[in-house]
Design a protein around this ligand. Structure first.
Ligand SMILES: C[S@@+](CC[C@H](N)C(=O)[O-])C[C@H]1O[C@@H](n2cnc3c(N)ncnc32)[C@H](O)[C@@H]1O
Length: 297
């Protein structure tokens, strides 16, 4: 049998318009970092929305993620915060918590000082009252909190090798725990790469591996930026769909661009394997009328 190579595709558009085109229960892992509403200067998106607009929009996105996620799927939500808005990560995670079960809570450590030695980068702040913040949250949500994960896929070798026999382990690997040190690129490197708020590729890579790899699996990032989650999927040889509102970012992503195509019944997105749906344009207006591609286009 000839193996079908995995594809990583990016769709330029508003995820609230594009997510309805994806089929129910079609995604194994969603890894995403939404805008934090902290005034980051994105190419097109306004990151200074009033909370009564910002939070309901994310609720709608999370509801769509739940619809497209398989029952044994994982949703990794990365959120940061600043000292001026220290609750935003918690507020957003609580919205997701209304729809999902929080199965694991992970701290992404960008920089750590052990003794007198600091490893990793962070954005320093000049303040007489605040500490530099060197961590972000990664919330691992699942539908029922009972999804089997592959802890040893991101495991670390035992420091004390006698533990291998003592704990009857087959390999020299133990669970890494929920504090993940993943060094962040400096802001200078970040700017050079054209996006103000990327995460390192190791972050989505670790999330996907923790969920577990399987043949034909599908990864989603509805706030794809420069496609870092898709780059991780590519490294791991798995399929992925990204959605990004700013063409300037999606065009830079190193993956296959997907564009709306016309048919006599409207516009449709020919996403992976034709499993998508299409949206009709009626009287020149885009109506979110979702129909299965199986009905024919
Ligand atoms: C925190 S960044 C994600 C960066 C990404 N993780 C990476 O490593 O490149 C959030 C991204 O969401 C995009 N965005 C904002 N609103 C969107 C929407 N409604 N639909 C799709 N993308 C959106 C922004 O343009 C921005 O690139």
């Amino acid at each position: 049998m000839v193996a079908i190579p995995a594809r990583q595709e990016i769709i330029t558009g508003d995820c609230l318009a594009v997510l309805p085109t994806l089929a129910d229960n079609s995604i194994d892992v969603c890894v995403t970092s939404p805008p934090y509403n902290l005034g980051i200067k994105y190419a097109t998106y306004d990151d200074t929305l009033p909370p009564d607009e910002y939070l309901p929009r994310l609720t709608d996105v999370f509801a769509e993620i739940k619809r497209v996620l398989k029952d044994d799927g994982s949703f990794f939500l990365n959120m940061g915060y600043t000292n001026l808005n220290p609750w935003v990560s918690t507020e957003v995670s609580l919205l997701a918590g209304d729809l999902f079960t929080l199965q694991n809570r992970i701290t992404w450590v960008k920089s750590i000082t052990v003794g007198e030695t600091t490893t990793g980068h962070f954005k320093p702040i000049n303040s007489g009252r605040f500490l530099n913040y060197t961590t972000e949250d990664i919330f691992h949500f699942t539908k029922r909190g009972d999804v089997k994960i592959d802890r040893l896929a991101i495991g670390v070798p035992y420091a004390d090798k006698t533990n291998i026999a003592r704990f009857k382990r087959e390999a020299d690997l133990r669970c890494r725990g929920n504090a993940w040190f993943i060094p962040y690129e400096t802001s200078v490197q970040n700017r050079r790469k054209g996006h103000p708020a990327r995460f390192p590729v190791a972050l989505p890579e670790q999330c996907i591996k923790l969920h577990g790899l399987s043949a034909g699996m599908m990864v989603l990032d509805p706030f794809a930026g420069l496609g870092t989650t898709l780059a991780a999927a590519k490294r791991l040889g798995v399929n992925a769909i990204g959605i990004e509102i700013a063409p300037v970012y999606s065009e830079m992503a190193q993956c296959v661009p997907v564009t709306w195509q016309k048919s006599d019944r409207g516009l449709f997105l020919p996403t992976l394997g034709g499993r998508g749906r299409y949206i009709e344009i009626v009287d020149g207006r885009k109506r979110i009328v979702v129909k299965s591609l199986a009905q024919g286009v």
